[in-house]
Design a protein around this ligand. Structure first.
Ligand SMILES: Cc1cc2nc3c(=O)[nH]c(=O)nc-3n(C[C@H](O)[C@H](O)[C@H](O)COP(=O)(O)O)c2cc1C
Length: 299
């Protein structure tokens, strides 16, 4: 099921979410070969960062809680990854983060020279002391960071990745649009949340708090995409809890152009992209319509 996104033809409307399968070329290529239309890299930061200590990810069955903590080699230490990715025959999104507008600009400037198809600004991570959410909960800060990055990257289309913690996510999306974003991705993990081991009476995650993902956050993601669709003209990657073709159809009806998949890679394996696309295709055939017919249909 071919789909066009900001002028690129994708083999399917599915997107690998950032941070799920790292930045290794062989794995990202396998994801594409498994039917994924657009492959997002793990977020890349300004300096080397270890991330948090284990345990960092806990599966609750109906979703996960994680505090991986944005581990990154830092943008200056990825020459092998970039060299491999240079020979790719599939579209990628390079996800970046920073703790200040300057850091975002610095990373974006360098990364855009590596010619990813898109750059995603992670202004929404709840699992780090000072990155991301700081920007994504304020319309002014969101505008400032997108606008500053737009000035340095010029031609690489920008995707702003938003947090469901924003009081009014539509307002944040509009601020990103005004700042020069070409698309929105929503949502990052929900939270932070916490689990406590009642025998030891201590939080289970080493970082104590973590972001929620998977099926349990889908209704929040659907509502966020619905609000963003109302507030902007930008194409949306709808992400959060999508596990089946029916979930993806629901997200398209809320207003998404593409369906992002993160935790479901764990639940249904790497072939989840082919499975979801096939299930979407079947639903559309059964109902005699196209993706365009149902985009935003819930409005
Ligand atoms: C283990 C893990 C690591 C993640 N790392 C990142 C990351 O580096 N950058 C980012 O923007 N989002 C990251 N996310 C968030 C996902 O990209 C996605 O927004 C979120 O999991 C919701 O989608 P899902 O319910 O399909 O998993 C991570 C999620 C998980 C579960």
């Amino acid at each position: 099921m071919q789909v066009n996104f900001l002028g690129k033809n994708l083999i399917s409307p599915t997107v690998l979410a950032s941070g799920i399968l790292g930045n290794n070329f062989d794995i990202l290529q396998r994801v594409h070969a498994s039917g994924c239309g657009l492959v997002t890299m793990k977020s890349i930061g300004p300096t080397p960062r270890d991330g948090h200590n284990n345990p960092t990810v806990i599966d609750l069955g109906h979703g996960m809680i994680n505090a991986v903590g944005l581990p990154s080699p830092g943008y200056l230490h990825m020459e092998k990854e970039w060299a491999d990715l240079n020979n790719r025959d599939f579209p990628i999104v390079a996800s970046i983060y920073g703790a200040s507008v300057d850091e975002f600009q610095q990373v974006a400037d360098y990364v855009s020279d590596k010619k990813p198809d898109f750059i995603e600004l992670n202004i929404s991570c709840p699992n780090s002391e000072k990155h991301g959410m700081l920007f994504g909960t304020s319309p002014t800060a969101s505008f400032d960071v997108v606008n500053a990055v737009k000035k340095v990257v010029k031609t690489t289309p920008l995707i702003a990745k938003l947090t469901p913690q924003a009081l009014d996510i539509g307002e944040i999306a509009k601020a990103c649009e005004d700042g020069g974003a070409d698309a929105i991705c929503a949502i990052n993990t929900l939270g932070p949340g916490m689990l406590i081991d009642i025998e030891s009476r201590t939080p289970i995650l080493d970082f104590k708090k973590g972001g929620l993902s998977g099926p349990m956050i889908r209704p929040v993601a659907v509502r966020c995409v619905y609000d963003i669709f109302k507030a902007t003209r930008l194409p949306i990657i709808g992400l959060g809890g999508i596990t089946t073709g029916a979930d993806a159809i629901e997200m398209i009806m809320a207003g998404a152009t593409l369906a992002g998949v993160g935790s479901a890679v764990t639940y249904r394996g790497i072939s989840v992209f082919k499975k979801i696309t096939r299930e979407m295709d079947q639903w559309l055939k059964d109902h005699g319509c196209t993706l365009e017919d149902i985009r935003g249909a819930a409005h």
